[in-house]
Design a protein around this ligand. Structure first.
Ligand code: IPD
Length: 301
């Protein structure tokens, strides 16, 4: 399996570093918003695919904020958001945003949710047709922002510490900015594996069957409740691997790049992670985890 990354062609005059800084800035603003403006009594504004798939007023308001900010700074880019943002764009770049990833945790005040902002090239609406070039996952509870650009490494910085130039330069001047490195674990039996479940009961039933096979083979599993934070955990080595079926582009776009830039390999049923399957782990482990999840699996489309 190849882990070589080539920097995709960007529109004239745009650099990966510049897009990465914008991702950090936008994700930070939205993370502050959902934390600081959280209404005293949070309610469910609507449900999506099922009764358990909730949207809060703050999901919508956070996406409106991101939409507005993106259109101010990059008016020609496309936008695809979990809560319905769908702008075609003409530049060849699309912003793929999850205004609150981990909405159920947000609703219940479980401190594991995030804002995920990525810039991708290709067709963000087609499975396998796009790739992230820059991304940030902002964690409002820990007040941290995790970010990466293709070829720039994966980094974590405190929310208040503005990105100035390259993360590597920032890190040498500011010790709180640190580089993320994925775990080197190579044995399933010692693997702490993050996973998650969809909202539809029939999908969950199939995921539970997969777990029956997975659980006896690994050290343990974690269900954190935010795919973006699961992928960040792969990047910082605080879990060894992550696997889930049913993810959408906005759940994984930024986390995919952050995990990859930290040395993990991110794949799906084939090369591209997505709805059928997303697996992230170090190079020595990823194929073992993928095989475990695929053995006899019914794809969750
Ligand atoms: C969900 C979370 C969860 C994952 C689900 C996602 P949302 O996103 O990332 O961890 O298991 O598959 O849909 O709905 O909270 O944005």
């Amino acid at each position: 399996m190849s882990t070589t990354r080539t920097v995709p062609a960007l529109p004239d005059g745009v650099t990966v570093g510049e897009l990465e800084l914008l991702c950090v800035e936008l994700a930070t603003q939205a993370a502050r918003f959902i934390r600081d403006e959280r209404p005293e009594r949070m309610g469910v504004a609507a449900t999506k695919s099922t009764e358990t798939d909730v949207v809060t007023v703050m999901d919508r308001r956070s996406e409106e904020l991101l939409h507005r900010l993106i259109q101010q700074v990059r008016p020609d880019d496309g936008i695809l958001g979990e809560e319905g943002a769908d702008v075609e764009g003409t530049s060849g770049l699309t912003w793929v945003v999850d205004p609150i990833d981990g909405t159920v945790n947000y609703l219940y005040e479980v401190p594991a949710y995030a804002v995920s902002v990525a810039v991708v090239v290709g067709d963000a609406r087609s499975q396998g047709g796009w790739r992230p070039v820059a991304g940030a996952v902002a964690d409002p509870c820990l007040r941290l922002v995790h970010h990466a650009g293709v070829g720039t490494g994966a980094w974590t910085r405190p929310e208040g510490q503005r990105a100035t130039s390259t993360a590597a330069q920032d890190a040498s001047a500011q010790p709180a900015v640190r580089r993320l490195v994925a775990s080197g674990e190579d044995r399933l039996a010692r693997t702490l594996l993050a996973t998650g479940f969809g909202y539809a009961p029939e999908v969950r039933a199939r995921q539970a069957e997969v777990l029956l096979r997975v659980l006896p083979q690994v050290r343990d599993i974690r269900r954190i409740g935010s795919a973006a934070l699961d992928l960040v955990r792969v990047a910082d080595g605080s879990v060894d691997a992550y696997a889930e079926s049913g993810l959408n582009a906005w759940d994984l776009a930024a986390g995919w790049l952050i995990a990859e830039e930290a040395g993990a390999v991110v794949v799906g049923e084939g090369e591209h992670p997505g709805k059928a399957l997303t697996v992230a782990a170090g190079p020595a482990l990823v194929e073992q985890v993928r095989t475990l999840f695929l053995a006899g699996a019914q794809p969750d489309r």
